[in-house]
Design a protein around this ligand. Structure first.
Ligand code: BGC
Length: 515
């Protein structure tokens, strides 16, 4: 079944004029800083400014010792976390209402790799809304064409039905652009089949059904929690007369699992380390006691969307939370939820860093005598900045200099810059090591260690954060010893696009087979 996917670089077609698109994001300007620093245009200061008051080296190194202690997750601690994690995963399969809900997805078994046909996919994940046309060619091959639309903060908190309407409108525009004849009419023999990737915890009772349990990743649109998102989307499609049939509602992790298995049979789990974090894997239906009464074929398997970001949310007995993690939780729009995710995911790492800075500003250790209001804005320090700081290999840490002066109008001493680099390393390493605990829990529970396995992984942290994959690997060796090397993480196929299409194809095949 495995074959070489035709990795067509997904085309970004011009988005509709009425929608904001991805290109002008803040992240674009971050990389611009990197470039400027390389060119040496902006950052000429190589000596500390000795005339301004500066914290003593001792203050900073004392703080570092404290922070290293807080943020280091020892191998022994990791193994304890894994043990607790395995128990929690099992509890979620046994009973409804657990912290980690272990959601049945109604995606039955693995793809054959021979799934074929044209499908549409809509992906509402975190930062963007994406609409894709996916052509599955069999032999694990595919071609993707996509358009991205940037979601505004207002949209994330607008009335729920409005947000879903927006998704349907974007899809309608996409269909119009791709399928209309010269007169602008879309004439089809049958409605196009759609996989809707909705990357939030949904309780499903069928593949085309899903009640939103709770928003995550800072979303808060009212009037969706507790509602069937698939039904809402179908209503919006009818409202805008979009000739599309919603076949499957999926989570991005399930999509990642299936898209990667479509091209590589070694795949055993699909994981996202991005704005949020989560994992999906394939479970024997006979090992999911909470759906024993559904009359499903007990010899089959079903993908489970773990929603592991919620690990340790109510008891706080497993994770080494720092006071900064507690502040993030308590000031978030969802306090008491997603404890694991808030220590790991891209949405939060920059804020952890910023909160440490704020404490040290208050303690009179950093930026003495300077106006610091720009770093005082909550969530005003992007996780992409940690990536930049960690990637700065210049002796004087010139990218760090530029970052602080450009975005926050702050001068930094070399000691401060070295401190920031170490702090970024601590936060990034902790995220990777805790992530390794989650992977290890699935591996242990499923007995994948002996033979080794493939873990398909996607998301900005895995793909862009320096050394994140290497640190994951080191973490797995710290947990399992040398055998941990047999757990291979690799960049996943596009779960929310290709995965949604493969799942739609698998679902149609099951329906045709009368299942
Ligand atoms: C959501 C998951 C999702 C993950 C990665 C989490 O916040 O709850 O459903 O898979 O983010 O996107």
């Amino acid at each position: 079944m495995s074959g070489t996917p035709k990795r067509t670089s997904s085309t970004n077609i011009e988005g509709g004029a009425t929608f904001r698109r991805t290109s002008n994001t803040a992240r674009g300007s971050v990389s611009a800083v990197g470039r400027r620093s390389e060119a040496g245009l902006q950052f000429t200061r190589t000596q500390d400014d000795l005339t301004r008051p500066s914290a003593t080296k001792k203050d900073m190194s004392e703080w570092l010792v404290k922070l290293e202690h807080m943020f280091t997750v020892t191998p022994q601690r990791m193994r304890m976390i894994v043990d607790g994690f395995v128990e929690v995963l099992e509890k979620g399969l046994a009973k409804e209402g657990e912290d980690v809900p272990m959601l049945p997805t109604y995606v039955f078994g693995w793809p054959t790799g021979q799934e074929k046909g044209a499908y549409l996919a809509v992906d509402l994940g975190g930062t963007n809304l994406r609409v894709c046309h996916v052509e599955l060619e069999g032999d694990g091959k595919f071609e993707v064409t996509q358009t991205k639309y940037r979601l505004t903060e207002e949209q994330k908190h607008a009335d729920g039905p409005e947000l879903i309407d927006f998704c349907a409108e974007c899809l309608g525009r996409f269909v119009q652009d791709h399928y209309a004849d010269d007169d602008g009419n879309v004439i089809l023999d049958e409605p196009l089949s759609l996989g809707f990737t909705f990357s939030y915890p949904c309780v499903q009772e069928a593949i085309d059904h899903g009640v939103l349990l709770r928003w995550t990743k800072g979303f808060g649109a009212p009037n969706i929690e507790g509602h069937d998102v698939a039904a809402m989307f179908k209503k919006s499609l009818a409202k805008f007369d979009v000739p599309v049939e919603l076949v499957a509602l999926i989570n991005d992790t399930t999509g990642t699992l299936i898209a990667s298995a479509y091209v590589d049979t070694a795949t055993r789990a699909g994981i996202i380390f991005g704005t949020g974090c989560n994992a999906a894997y394939m479970e024997k239906i006979s090992s999911i006691p909470k759906i024993a009464d559904k009359g499903l074929d007990q010899t089959e398997e079903m993908a489970i969307n773990c929603e592991w970001g919620a690990f340790d949310s109510s008891t706080h007995e497993h994770l080494p939370r720092t006071p900064y993690d507690v502040i993030i939780d308590e000031t978030s729009n969802k306090p008491g939820q997603q404890a694991f995710e808030k220590m790991i995911a891209g949405l939060y790492l920059g804020e952890v860093f910023r909160l440490v800075m704020i404490e040290l500003i208050d303690e009179g250790v950093l930026f003495l005598g300077q106006e610091t209001y720009k770093v005082e804005k909550p969530f005003g320090f992007d996780t992409a900045f940690l990536s930049l700081i960690e990637s700065d290999t210049t002796d004087e840490l010139l990218t760090v200099t530029g970052l602080f002066s450009h975005f926050y109008s702050l001068d930094t001493t070399i000691k401060e810059r070295q401190f920031f680099k170490r702090l970024a390393q601590l936060i990034g390493t902790r995220a990777a090591r805790l992530s390794a605990c989650g992977i290890a829990a699935i591996v242990s529970k499923q007995g994948y260690l002996e033979d080794g396995c493939g873990i398909a992984t996607d998301g900005s942290l895995y793909n862009k954060y320096p050394k994140f994959p290497e640190r994951l690997g080191e973490g797995l060796v710290d947990i399992f010893g040398e055998k941990g090397k047999g757990i291979r993480t690799y960049h996943a196929e596009d779960g929310s696009g290709v995965g949604a299409a493969v799942i739609a194809a698998m679902t149609k095949a099951r329906l045709l087979a009368g299942k």
